[in-house]
Design a protein around this ligand. Structure first.
Ligand SMILES: [Zn+2]
Length: 51
């Protein structure tokens, strides 16, 4: 899971070693602290393109 801010360079990702819950919590914190809009990208599962 990746989350990023539409209004500044803030982002959080499970690639950084955080759990999805932690990433979500950080996104909410960023919103509460700044009022910025945070959007998320959910990557598709790795096997989705198999034909
Ligand atoms: Zn921001």
């Amino acid at each position: 899971m990746h989350k990023y801010c539409l209004e500044c360079d803030w982002k959080a990702s499970t690639d950084d070693g955080d759990s999805e819950q932690e990433v979500s919590r950080k996104a909410i914190e960023h919103f509460v602290e700044t009022g910025h809009t945070v959007d998320s990208i959910r990557l598709p599962p790795p096997c989705v393109n198999k034909n």
